[in-house]
Design a protein around this ligand. Structure first.
Ligand SMILES: [Zn+2]
Ligand SMILES: [Zn+2]
Length: 262
């Protein structure tokens, strides 16, 4: 399996996943042009993808959607409530694109499993302030958990822990340092939103979450969706090291440079 973060953070998110000839993107939250260039830089083409899974309808995850509709024939996978949100946004812009979006969208639900080529996708719910938000576990043909992804979540939930437990590799949000958020440029209401159980996962919560996954066989993790204003890669890594030392291989997804996990 190959898994490469292409973009990470509030400026846009996208992860490339490939397994035995099946190629997927998880989110496409930057411009179509930047997405194409990034894929080219890792030797891939947007036209060779098998589909795009959208975790939720926030713009940092669906930014390329309109152009993906215009320039490709890819299928999209997303929760029905997020699809409704994305549909409304497209309808306001271009009704023909909204109709095309409906034609190409396969709605998925937490708790179900979906076969896409050589991969089985198992979405699960995440607590976040979108219409819906999904995390994702990838299984191979033998039912092995290959990879888990949880990009936007206000807190760790039992459902998310159960879903990710048993994955050998995980991409997990490590959004903010608590002190930087407190003293940073964000107004109180925005700080509250980020800190809420439906906002974004802090560094210590990410570290605690990962430490609970280690007994399940976790060997590598990539810290993802770091805030540019309220975090640094060093702080996010330090928080993890303080909790579980060097027990697993750790990396941080760069903002807009491809960063391989697998
Ligand atoms: Zn979001
Ligand atoms: Zn996001």
């Amino acid at each position: 399996m190959r898994c490469i973060s292409l973009f990470s953070g509030s400026g846009g998110n996208s992860v490339y996943v490939e397994h035995e000839g099946t190629r997927l993107l998880v989110d496409a939250g930057v411009s179509f042009r930047r997405l194409c260039l990034s894929l080219e830089s890792i030797g891939e083409s947007v036209l060779d993808l098998d589909g795009v899974f959208f975790t939720h309808e926030h713009s940092d995850h669906v930014g390329a959607l309109a152009m993906l509709l215009k320039k490709t024939d890819l299928p999209f996978y997303l929760d029905a409530r997020s699809a409704e949100g994305a549909y409304e946004a497209l309808l306001a812009k271009d009704p023909s694109l909204a109709a095309e979006f409906v034609r190409r969208t396969l709605t998925v639900a937490a708790g179900e499993e979906y076969d896409v080529g050589s991969l089985t996708l198992a979405p699960f719910s995440l607590p976040h302030d979108s219409a819906a938000c999904l995390g994702l576990v990838f299984f191979d043909e033998n039912g092995e958990k290959l990879l888990g992804i949880a990009t936007d979540l206000g807190e760790m939930t039992t459902e998310a822990r159960r879903a990710l437990y048993g994955c050998s590799a995980v991409i997990l949000e490590s959004n903010h340092d608590l002190v930087m958020l407190e003293n940073g440029p964000y107004p109180p209401y925005l700080q509250e939103r980020i800190r809420s159980p439906f906002g974004h996962l802090s560094n210590p919560d990410c570290a605690a979450f990962l430490s609970l996954l280690i007994p399940g066989g976790l060997t590598r993790a990539m810290l993802f969706h770091l805030s540019a204003d309220n975090n640094t890669p060093e702080k996010a890594l330090d928080e993890c090291r303080a909790v579980f030392g060097e027990k697993i291989a750790l990396s941080v997804a760069a903002v807009d440079t491809p960063t391989p996990l697998l």
